[in-house]
Design a protein around this ligand. Structure first.
Ligand code: NAG
Ligand code: NAG
Ligand code: NAG
Ligand code: ZN
Length: 970
């Protein structure tokens, strides 16, 4: 049945055209209920014949949620206990326009067979389609369509005894339903009836306004979007992403334009943050210049300290301002509007002392939830299970932040497990870093070769794709011990003209992963394999990663080869790329390869080859360093894990072997050669990797501190920097140079993927590697960037290969780069968090005194790096947050002074290291306290005499303050 509607429309040129909108209505759409005898069920019905019974009527029922239920209570709809749900097409369409994220999550539920969610095409059903009435808003029309849909189901299933209930939190809509004889319920009433799943009550979204605090106006309403847009246009408002400091949760920054230049703008205190949360895109208004920030950062990491610090920070600011009226501070502003919220579900815990009910109570109460990400403010949630949640890691979502509430309001989503438990904490860090860690779905696994582990290279592979047979070459791989995903292998062969042929062979992942496959989409979304201390979250299914693509020894494998002719001096004569079949002769560990090089008795071809490669690598490296490549450093450590429990039993510093550098050198060369090739072929859409030169002022603090010890850091170019890093040595301080390199690393920019068509060629430069162009080609098993680069390279060398638009679409490529940069960063941070987790486990029940180096001075503490464990932490200069600092801060010298003791950058100190829970007992935290130099009033672990000490400290600190002031004056 066709319903068409014709109307006239005036075009821009003034012509009148007739537009016909066609809408097909059908009478063969089924209800999909297994209890229905009326419909001719064509396929398997989705809705159960025995759905859940309603507590109110004691009859089984289906539910039909309205659009807002999905918008606001999605966590509940996603709960596995919610089943037999009819999703109206009207509702799904509305969601598609309102929020793509919600729409996608709804589709995921619809796709899950266990959930029994049925999409009913009510807009195409003859009995449920509605025309919009005159004077009816689209919203009202849709609400009516939902009521009519529910009514249809109720009538249709009358004989079966199954009720259909409309779920809506809109009272007016429910009243209208009642007047039509349609049953409806609010979500709250509905889940209250589900007594067997009490946690659902906790998952209700919080109401939009906090009724218990109505008398207390805390914040003001934000500016309207129109107002913000106007302010932006006039230049009175600045847009930016709120970035809360890790060291001080009361200090945030945005980067925005001030007087036409991008500047860091400070936002100090929760009042000025004005209900915005970490990551939100905010509109900021600058404060008058006399209120700009002039003082150095202080550290505030506990919300408990916040109130006090709040006060202190205000005094600090006025003090500083009073001292020097003329000094111009850093641009400082306040948030006046939210442009885009970036709220997400947060992992964290319930604050114990916010629970006031008695144990066993099931009454709902408001408690405070703290996210593990300390930049997130405390969130108020309502729960009936407070006591059973204590001690657990839970997930909470924010619903709103009413103007009259000190805290944002949220709801419980789920429990992850008990805190401190290794599995739970690992899941937490994966969630917190947005790492997709679910098992690969069946759809993804279906894209793997049907032969599974029995897949082998056949004749067919040699005759297609212009693949070259390189099985005869002495190819080998060199990797860390235990490496199972080998994506690269090498060979060298002397040529008759005295030059060498060198080959880098990379796993041919794109032979298996084709554009558009579910496996490809999944890998693109994962972006990278994530390495944790005790496990790996793969980007590709293990069959590929550790077997079919892995270039193991003595099996034939498909590869993508980059083959150069190099002179004895490691100059490139030519380069060639080809798909190939190889058979690696040996998989070495770095150690094994090194001992082959060193052992003169070994004279076989493979060993001789490694020696040649090693010599050439050294020459390549030398050239690179002459061009200005940097050798940076990180304080990374390795854990030795106990075999069974996987608990950390020892920690050691990572060390690099010469052979490690050997492989790296050829990988760099391959990446550079491939970058040149794909850029020449795809100038507008090559996926490349750049590393911007760091802004010179990033080095200000470090340069100043180095100046104090007589060392000049020249940051004019990477070459100058590399040279001055080489010269940054102190007699009798072997670690100093490494320390400076670690600190230099932290002044660097992040390297980034980008699309060649979006930047000028001058921007392509990779600062750290000192190369004008670079990309990632060598690790396609564990990086999706390399998968794309393989496709680009193949399209560049083989004119016959058909490729899709995704390789030439600049916009798409840029979007992909954004995703990859995000995933890459998150993977790094997840890795670091995993190390932190193991460090905390390692230090549990231990108290160690270790030597450390001061790497940052704060107003109320300093940051110490302990090389032996690669850990760092703040050492506070007071006993507790409410006690005065024993030191005074000398801004001029960037030093902390207490009597004769001066703490400044690079100083060697001894610290006591301990891991303890914080006051609420839920966050594992590493604590360092100063042991040497000894400072009265700062001795660690003297709980018993804390009070008395504090008193002494107070007096003492005043004295030292005076002394130090005198010193500065002198
Ligand atoms: C946030 O600020 C920190 C320094 O406080 C900086 O290292 C980081 O890159 C910033 N993050 C973003 C997303 O701008
Ligand atoms: C919060 O934003 C409102 C609306 O722009 C503004 O009037 C108010 O001053 C802001 N509050 C603070 C403390 O900055
Ligand atoms: C730490 O000590 C507590 C009690 O003293 C004990 O229950 C726990 O198992 C110990 N943890 C480790 C990791 O040794
Ligand atoms: Zn039916």
């Amino acid at each position: 049945m066709l319903r068409s509607k014709a109307f006239v429309k005036r075009t821009r040129k003034g012509n009148v055209v007739k537009v016909v909108k066609e809408h097909y209505l059908r009478d063969d759409i089924t209800c999909s209920s297994a209890a229905c005898n009326a419909c001719e069920q064509q396929s398997l019905p989705i809705l159960s014949a025995n759905p859940r019974k309603s507590e109110l009527t004691d009859r089984p029922h289906y539910i039909i949620p309205d659009t807002n239920v999905f918008m606001n209570q999605l966590d509940i709809m996603e709960h596995p206990s919610i089943k037999d749900v009819i999703v109206l097409q009207t509702v799904r369409e509305e969601l598609r326009h309102l929020s793509l994220a919600v729409y996608n999550r709804l589709n995921a539920i619809l796709a899950d067979k266990n959930r029994r969610f049925y999409l009913f095409a009510n807009e195409h059903h003859r009995d449920t389609f509605l025309e919009k009435l005159k004077d009816e808003t689209p919203n009202d029309r849709n609400d009516r369509a939902i009521r009519v849909g529910t009514q249809w189901y109720a009538n249709h299933l009358k004989e079966s005894g199954i009720l259909t209930i409309m779920l809506s939190d809109d009272r007016a809509n429910r009243e209208k339903a009642a007047s039509m004889g349609v049953k409806s319920q609010s979500v709250r009433d509905y889940v209250r009836g589900m007594k067997d799943v009490p946690e659902l009550l906790d998952m209700l979204a919080a109401p939009k306004s906090e009724t218990t605090e109505t008398d207390k106006i805390v914040f003001e309403e934000h500016l309207s979007p129109a107002h913000i847009a106007n302010g932006m246009k006039k230049g009175t408002l600045i847009q930016g992403s709120l970035n809360v400091s890790q060291h001080n949760v009361l200090e945030a920054t945005i980067v925005g334009n001030v007087d036409g230049e991008p500047k860091t703008i400070y936002i100090l205190g929760r009042k000025n943050m004005n209900r915005s949360i970490q990551g939100d895109i905010v509109a900021v208004e600058l404060l008058p210049r006399d209120q700009w920030k002039k003082s150095t950062s202080i550290a505030v990491e506990d919300e408990e300290d916040e109130e006090k610090m709040h006060g202190e920070m205000d005094t600090v600011m006025t003090e500083a301002n009073a001292m020097d009226k003329d000094e111009v501070g850093e641009p400082t502003g306040k948030v006046v509007g939210l442009i885009r919220k970036r709220w997400r579900p947060y992992c964290g815990f319930i604050v114990k002392n916010s629970v006031h009910s008695s144990e066993g109570s099931t009454a709902a109460e408001r408690v405070i939830f703290r996210a593990l990400d300390r930049r997130i403010p405390p969130i108020k949630i309502k729960t009936t299970q407070a006591h059973s949640l204590l001690g657990n890691r839970i997930v909470v979502s924010i619903d709103s932040w009413p103007v009259n509430s000190v805290h944002p309001m949220g709801h419980f989503v789920k429990t992850l497990g008990s805190s401190g438990d290794k599995e739970t904490e690992t899941e937490v860090l994966l969630l917190e870093h947005d790492v997709p860690y679910q098992e690969f779905s069946k759809r993804v696994l279906d894209d793997l070769p049907a032969e599974g582990d029995d897949w082998v290279v056949t004749e067919k592979h040699l005759t297609t794709e212009n693949r070259r047979d390189l099985r005869h070459l002495n190819i080998c791989s060199i990797d860390p011990p235990g490496c199972t995903d080998i994506d690269d292998a090498l060979h060298v062969r002397p040529l008759e003209n005295g030059n060498y042929e060198i080959g880098v062979h990379i796993a041919d992942v794109t032979y298996f992963v084709k554009p558009g496959q579910a496996m490809d989409t999944e890998a693109a979304n994962r972006g990278t394999t994530v390495y944790l201390v005790d496990k790996r979250i793969d980007m590709l299914p293990a069959l590929l990663g550790t077997n079919l693509c892995s270039l193991r020894s003595n099996v034939e494998r498909l590869a993508f080869s980059c083959i150069w002719e190099l002179t004895k001096d490691a100059e490139i004569v030519k380069v060639d790329f080809t798909k190939s079949v190889i058979r690696s002769k040996h998989s070495f560990t770095y150690d094994e390869a090194q001992s082959r090089i060193d052992d003169e008795r070994m004279q076989d071809d493979v060993t001789k080859g490694i020696r040649i490669l090693n010599e050439l690598a050294k020459k390549l490296r030398k050239k690179r360093i002459e061009r200005g490549a940097l050798t940076l450093s990180s304080p990374e450590v390795r854990f030795n894990l106990e075999n069974d429990s996987q608990d950390p039993v020892d920690v050691e510093m990572k060390e690099l072997k010469e052979t490690n550098a050997l492989v790296e050198e050829f990988m760099l060369l391959a990446n550079i050669s491939v970058a040149q090739k794909i850029f020449s072929h795809f100038p507008m859409s090559a996926l490349l990797r750049k590393h911007g030169a760091p802004p010179v002022n990033n080095f200000d603090t470090l340069r100043k501190a180095l100046g104090e010890v007589g060392i000049t850091l020249n940051v004019e170019s990477s070459k100058a920097l590399a040279d001055s890093l080489d010269a940054a040595v102190l007699p009798n301080d072997a670690y100093f140079n490494k320390l400076v390199r670690i600190m230099t690393t932290r002044c660097m920019m992040q390297a980034q993927y980008f699309c060649s068509g979006t930047e000028s060629e001058a921007e392509f430069r990779h600062y750290g590697l000192a190369t004008p162009i670079y990309t990632h080609f060598t690790s396609p098993i564990r990086r999706y960037s390399d998968v794309i680069v393989h496709r680009l390279l193949q399209a560049s060398i083989d004119p016959d290969v058909a490729y899709g638009q995704e390789l030439t679409d600049k916009t798409k490529m840029k979007e992909l780069c954004d995703v990859l940069n995000h995933r890459h960063r998150m993977a790094q941070m997840a890795g670091r968090s995993s190390v932190e987790l193991y460090t905390n486990m390692f230090f549990k029940n231990k108290t160690l005194v270790e030597e450390g180096r001061v790497i940052r001075i704060l107003k109320n503490g300093f940051v110490v790096l302990v090389p032996r464990f690669g850990i760092e932490s703040i050492v506070y200069t007071s006993k507790g947050p409410d006690e005065p600092s024993v030191f005074i801060y000398d801004e001029e010298k960037n030093a902390l002074i207490a009597g004769d003791v001066i703490i400044k950058m690079f100083d060697t100190v001894k610290v006591e290291i301990k891991v303890e829970g914080d006051e609420t007992g839920m966050r594992q935290k590493m604590r360092m306290s100063l042991v040497y130099p000894q400072v009265p009033g700062l001795e660690p672990s003297d709980q018993s005499s804390k009070k008395r000490k504090a008193q002494e400290t107070k007096n003492g600190s005043q004295n030292t303050k005076r002394q130090a002031k005198a010193k500065i004056a002198a």
